[in-house]
Design a binder for this molecule. Structure first.
Ligand code: CTP
Ligand code: MG
Length: 185
């Protein structure tokens, strides 16, 4: 038996969480604080269905992005003061792209759901879990590829692919129990 030891696996897992925290937080914050005016203003697309639907609100978008940036700022602060050099380092740009990208990915996914006739709140497996990762990575690829490729190593990318659906399911079940979400997905 050789190969990967448990310590490096834990370090990779924690690094993946640390990297993705500014992208993971916006969705639960939007679910907790969202509501009010929908981003599409109630308007429909040419197929007669809503552009995004009532689940995508201005307040949710703003609060979610603010939440992601806030946790990112805290991480930058912690990183500069604590002895955690082994953790990946965030920048103002990376936390902003992660937070904005996460909710733009979520918004784009809702747009595609409506075009496919999937109702607001209805499940759309895989897309519901990875929308935030795809949105965040696309923005990073466009606006900060240097940070993306030096920070998200192959092992961290694999950890993100494994952890994202697990955390998504976990937080949605908690949100459902707390009454923040109407459905446990
Ligand atoms: N939310 C919001 N504004 C956003 C994103 C989310 O207000 N930009 C809130 C809404 O109350 C939403 C909840 O967070 O119902 C959960 O988000 P999500 O599961 O992404 O939305 P759904 O209601 O499932 O809608 P969709 O089918 O479009 O994904
Ligand atoms: Mg949903």
């Amino acid at each position: 038996m050789g190969g990967i030891d448990i310590n490096s696996l834990i370090i990779i897992g924690i690094s993946a969480l640390w990297v993705m925290l500014p992208a993971y937080l916006p969705n639960p914050v939007a679910a907790a604080l969202g509501g009010g005016k929908p981003i599409d203003g109630g308007r429909c697309w040419r197929d007669g269905r809503r552009i995004f639907g009532d689940g995508k609100t201005v307040r949710g978008l703003i609060a979610g992005i603010a939440g992601g940036v806030a946790i990112g700022l805290l991480q930058i602060l912690v990183h500069s003061h604590a002895e955690i050099v082994w953790l990946p380092e965030h920048t103002l740009v990376s936390i902003t792209l992660l937070a904005v990208g996460a909710l733009l990915g979520d918004l784009a996914k809702s747009f595609l759901k409506r075009r496919r006739g999937v109702e607001r709140g209805e499940k759309w497996p895989v897309a519901d879990q990875f929308d935030l990762v795809i949105g965040a990575f696309i923005l990073l690829l466009i606006f900060d590829p240097g940070w993306l490729f030096s920070t998200i190593t192959i092992p961290i990318a694999i950890a993100i692919l494994i952890l994202t659906p697990v955390l998504h399911r976990g937080t949605n079940i908690i949100g459902y129990i707390l009454g923040i979400k109407d459905v446990p997905w």
